[in-house]
Design a protein around this ligand. Structure first.
Ligand code: ATP
Ligand code: MG
Length: 291
């Protein structure tokens, strides 16, 4: 009799093989190489070619990835060495909340925290723009997710001319310096842009305004921001071209299909955590004490 143990892993878990191969594809396909010039017209929001399966297959793979993430989080917490910062940026309805909910659903709440950055308060505006950001960063063993971030100070702030150009222009270099310092101090930084098309945003805004379960999320501000779509795209292109670095890379994730977006983000995070080669610490046993 052939036991479960003797069967090749690939036939027991067909997703495993495809999981390994999409992992390579996703990571390289959507990463913004440092110093490359990004034109968003070349990044398709509807792309789904790095996964050969369908939506139902993707859900199975995602489940496995979220379980892997949960195991990796446990070692991260136990080892108490690395800090993980994952940044999400997107246009309105881009799916930041949905991605966080789907990808990090298996995580232990004591080791993960979400920080959402809204319009700065009066107190925050009285400080430099990184003041509110720095204090929300991850501690050792922790994962922190930023729902919007210091990049708003190069996006909304630029598009709405909230500060003069000579002030925001300096922020590309300041942010690179800030992130390099975090990385040198042990923080792994991954930055995601959830790339939805203008057409998909229209559909989602319509749903938000009509569906009673989504209406609470709708803000007339979303419509005025939509009118500035082109200006935002230009600002985002500069952000990707100037702040994707080896120590804090940007990933531009196709986000018109939620299942593909989730798979992409989960795969890239699993890959980054695996590369840390984390280990459970040695037990601190006192041999002279009996249990
Ligand atoms: P949702 O998808 O649920 O709408 P959201 O992230 O868009 O989530 P909102 O409360 O709708 O949340 O919007 C937050 C607003 O805060 C955004 O319009 C964003 O541009 C703005 N904001 C964030 N940081 C800054 C900043 N530094 N300066 C000015 N505005 C900012
Ligand atoms: Mg909003």
């Amino acid at each position: 009799m052939v036991s479960k143990k003797d069967t090749p892993a690939a036939s027991r878990f067909p997703w495993m093989i495809c999981c390994e191969c999409i992992m390579i594809n996703f990571v390289h396909r959507y990463k913004v190489e440092p110093k490359s010039k990004v034109s968003l017209r070349r990044w398709e929001p509807g792309d789904h070619r790095a996964f050969s399966g369908e939506k139902k297959d993707a859900e199975r793979v995602l489940l496995k990835l979220t379980e892997q993430l949960s195991q990796l989080q446990e070692v991260l917490y136990a080892e108490h060495k690395h800090k993980i910062l994952i940044i999400f940026q997107a246009m309105d309805t881009g799916g930041k909340d949905g991605t966080i909910k789907a990808v990090f659903r298996e995580m232990a709440p004591q080791g993960i925290h979400v920080s959402s950055f809204k319009v700065p308060t009066a107190e925050e505006l009285d400080h430099d723009y990184l003041w509110r950001i720095h204090k929300c960063g991850p501690a050792k063993g922790e994962i922190v997710l930023f729902n919007r971030s210091h990049y708003e100070d190069l996006l909304t702030v630029r598009v709405h001319q909230l500060v003069p150009e000579d002030v925001w222009r300096k922020r590309f270099a300041q942010i690179n310096d800030f992130e390099r310092m975090l990385a040198e101090e042990g923080t792994t930084i991954i930055k995601f842009y959830l790339n939805i098309s203008k057409k998909e945003q229209k559909k989602r805004l319509q749903e938000r305004s009509e569906d009673p379960t989504k209406r609470w999320k709708f803000s007339p501000n979303d419509l005025s921001e939509r009118k500035l779509w082109e200006e935002y795209m230009k600002a985002y292109e500069d952000v990707f071209s100037l702040t994707s670095t080896a120590y804090a890379p940007w990933y531009i994730v196709p986000a018109d299909r939620n299942w593909y977006r989730n798979l992409c983000v989960a795969t890239i995070v699993v890959d980054a955590l695996k590369k840390l080669k984390m280990k459970y610490p040695r037990p601190r046993l006192n041999r002279h004490r009996q249990v």
